[in-house]
Design a protein around this ligand. Structure first.
Ligand code: SF4
Length: 335
């Protein structure tokens, strides 16, 4: 490690090790400087192709390497996705994410269908995100041309621990895809998972890796492992709320402009724990009663939580610019 990298890592490690209440206070301050703390982005995640994945990510219900009893589903039709997107938009989502359990994108009819899905979702005015596995530069450019806002590709954990979690691809493979995404002008959505058996050092490594991405992440999902029976990590102990809050706060401080998304594992969190995460800078959630294949709080529970905490759904980029346009017109009109 170069001297500069080492200093950088030391600074991130010092931040990570701060007393939790100091960390929450600092993260809340950063959050309020850069965001409206009442606004939370509401995203919908739809599995457009489920199960049968060739990769062996040790936490995943969709890997063909493990017997998790998950029913496989081929790639959905464009019409089915369009209906789901319209429902999501009507229920207040401003970002629609589509996930396919693929090792990598392959050119051909299925990718062409995904491009059509992206066009359809973009037409609803929602931001469009995909997570389709690894992709190359040309595929990233095609997704951008179809209207993709963001591409999710998580680093999961620190590089040193990654091979304990998955062996069918490497950390560098992940980073190469993220580079293609950034170069194509697509926002990078990249985060990690807590509770894989990693150490604090691995978590600090993850934060360093995120900070060193060539394109800084626009959104950072912070996941807590949902142990799935049949996977190698199916018997892990749950991640504590404090570990989750610590990671959320560090992400908020290191990436002040990013959306920090409370993702997998939110179903197990009481309202008090979620409130702490929002205080520490989380400002994005997935809505719906399923997160790909795992249980998730439903829209009614989320609305009750928003009412309780006086939160509101954040408009999409598209809607935000419309609001700005309207405000500018109002100023010009003098009305
Ligand atoms: S690549 Fe994605 S879908 Fe496939 S096993 Fe890993 S996490 Fe699951």
């Amino acid at each position: 490690m170069h001297a500069e990298e080492s200093t950088h890592r030391n600074a991130i490690a010092a931040l990570f090790k701060k007393p939790i209440l100091d960390l929450i206070y600092r993260a809340a301050t950063v959050h309020r400087t850069h965001h409206d703390p009442r606004q939370v982005q509401v995203c919908t995640l739809l599995s457009i192709k489920t199960g049968g994945c060739s990769e062996n990510c040790g936490y995943c219900s969709q890997s063909a390497h493990f017997d998790t009893g998950l029913a496989r589903q081929d790639l959905l039709s464009v019409a089915a996705v369009q209906q789901a997107a319209e429902r999501a938009a009507a229920s207040g989502s401003t970002r629609f994410c589509m996930g396919a359990a693929w090792r990598q994108v392959r050119d051909g009819a299925e990718f062409d269908r995904v491009l059509e899905m992206v066009r359809c979702v973009a037409a609803t005015g929602m931001e469009v995100c995909c997570t389709l596995g690894m992709l190359n530069a040309a595929q990233a450019q095609k997704l951008k041309a179809a209207g993709l806002t963001a591409y999710n590709h998580n680093l999961d954990t620190g590089e040193n621990y990654y091979s304990e979690v998955v062996t069918t691809h490497t950390y560098q493979d992940r980073i190469a895809t993220i580079e293609h995404v950034g170069r194509a002008g697509i926002s990078v959505c990249c985060g990690g998972i807590l509770g894989l058996g990693e150490s604090d050092d691995d978590r600090i490594d993850l934060l360093c890796a995120l900070a060193q991405l060539p394109t800084p992440p626009e959104s950072i999902p912070v996941n807590a492992l949902v142990p799935i029976a049949g996977t190698p990590l199916g018997d892990r102990e749950p991640t504590s709320v404090w570990e989750l809050v610590r990671m959320v706060a560090c992400a908020r401080i290191l990436f002040p402009e990013a959306m920090v998304r409370l993702s997998a594992g939110r179903d197990a969190l009481p309202a008090t724990a979620q409130a702490l995460c929002f205080l520490a800078g989380a400002n994005s959630i997935f809505s719906g009663d399923k997160l790909l294949t795992t249980p998730h709080p439903g829209a009614d529970a989320d609305q009750a939580l928003f009412d309780l905490l006086d939160l509101e759904a954040r408009p999409s980029h598209e809607q935000s610019s419309e609001l700005v346009d309207q405000r500018e017109e109002t100023i010009v009109d003098g009305s």
